[in-house]
Design a protein around this ligand. Structure first.
Ligand SMILES: [Zn+2]
Length: 430
């Protein structure tokens, strides 16, 4: 058995209702947390990490991503969502092959591991290559093939979903989980959507979907179906029968919010992407007041431009405070919960990840807080939420394996990945 001891850290477990930080050690055995506390017998330890003066906390969970879209970072900014998608992104994506997607996902994994993300939910294509990159990089992921039915390839995408489940569910030492990924209400007509729901039932799987990202989408659904996108999904019976991970949920009416009251699953709030595309502000406070799990996500770096979850943490807090002209409506600890345990709930993985607790998977980050922008050290949670950024992550451990230490990646050759990404970008964006 492989034993890893993290010593003398300031431990923030995220498992308590109120913030609580204590000095202590964490013992990891293979891929799980074996003990949290003080003064374990230290014989037969394979690796010791000294976390003196650092904060030890759960890895961050990026609930909505299209990881390989990092290849399109900076390619076309400052456009409207539909124009951006239809005229720029979709044609560029058509030029990507499986190998490109592998290297794109490796680049995204490098960025995520270096900024403290230990799990991401992905919706994309060439999912075999995405899964291979997850396997090689050591990160944890909930993968789904994006299912669109706005061209003749819908059936192919259904088959790709089946293949993803057959080949990759539970693989990479349990780091890969799989979901069914209908892209959005406006790309999935009712007959197709029913097929997708049946498929998810047969596979005993959760569903990952974009919902109510723009007012344009809401208007389109009203003119086509006479109802909001949320009501459209509710009338298909989706929310009663399935675990659903909803990305965005920005443009919701009071009625839509009520429909989501009993949501099994949760929401990925992606504030930076929403802000950059001018989509609006999600009613996060109202949704959380109903007890709905609201995690955080970056969305693809094609829109958000960054996979640094510390930016999402800040933006999520600022937006709700501003919506209500009231800084008390959401706290530093609230947004840290969103980035960890609420994200785990949204993914249906909260029994395994999202907090530091005995028996859970060892997905742990160690934050270096010995820096000018993190002093003086009064309220550590406020520092982490409002002052820290991704480059303050010193060490990242996923499934018990140290993947970054002293900011050096151990599972990814960073130089090679950067070089490949640049080559691919030159090829497809020419
Ligand atoms: Zn998205």
């Amino acid at each position: 058995m492989e034993k890893l001891l993290i010593k003398n850290g300031s431990i923030l477990t995220m498992s308590t209702q109120e913030p609580s930080i204590f000095k202590g050690d964490i013992l990891v055995e293979d891929n799980r947390i074996a003990q949290i506390g003080r003064d374990f017998s230290t014989d037969e330890i394979d690796t010791v990490i000294n976390a003196e003066g650092k904060v030890v906390m759960p890895g961050l969970i990026n609930c909505h991503n299209h990881a390989a879209m990092v290849l399109l970072r900076g390619y076309c900014d400052d456009l409207r969502l539909m124009e951006w998608l239809k005229e720029k992104i979709w044609p560029a994506e058509d030029r990507l092959n499986g190998d490109d997607i592998y290297w794109g996902t490796m680049l995204a994994s490098a960025e995520m591991i270096k900024s403290g993300t230990t799990t991401f939910a992905d919706m994309y294509f060439f999912m075999d290559e995405v899964a291979m990159a997850v396997q090689d990089s050591g990160i944890r992921a909930a993968l789904c093939q994006g299912l669109l039915f706005n061209d003749d390839n819908g059936d192919k995408r259904i088959k790709a979903t089946q293949r993803l489940f057959d080949n990759w569910r539970g693989k990479a030492a349990g780091r890969i989980t799989t979901m069914v990924g209908p892209h959005a209400p406006y790309t999935c007509p009712p007959d197709k959507f029913k097929l997708v729901m049946e498929l998810a039932k047969d596979l005993d799987s959760g569903i990952h979907i974009h919902l109510a990202e723009t007012t344009e989408e809401v208007n389109q659904m009203f003119s086509e179906y006479g109802k909001s996108p949320t009501k459209y999904l509710a009338d298909l019976g989706l929310f009663e029968s399935h675990h659903v991970l909803i990305a965005h949920a920005v443009n919701l009416s009071r009625n839509d919010i009520n429909i989501l009251r009993d949501l099994k699953g949760g929401i990925s709030h992606n504030p930076v992407s929403n802000l950059k595309l001018g989509c609006g502000i999600a009613p996060v406070k109202e949704l959380r007041d109903l007890g709905i799990a609201v995690g955080l996500g970056t969305d693809g770096a094609g829109s958000a431009s960054t996979l640094d979850m510390f930016e999402e943490i800040k933006a999520a807090a600022w937006l709700q405070k501003n919506r209500f002209f009231d800084p008390t409506v959401i706290t530093a600890y609230d947004v840290l919960q969103m980035a960890t345990i609420e994200g785990a709930k949204a993914l249906g993985l909260d029994k395994e990840i999202g907090t530091l607790e005995q028996g859970k998977r060892a997905d742990i980050i160690i934050m270096d807080i010995q820096k000018p922008h993190l002093y003086p050290q009064n309220d550590i949670c406020a520092l982490l939420a409002y002052s820290a950024n991704g480059s303050d992550v010193d060490t990242t451990i996923i499934n018990g394996k140290v993947l970054m230490q002293n900011r050096v990646l151990l599972s990814i050759t960073e130089e090679e990945v950067l070089h490949k990404a640049q080559q691919i970008a030159m090829k497809i964006l020419r």
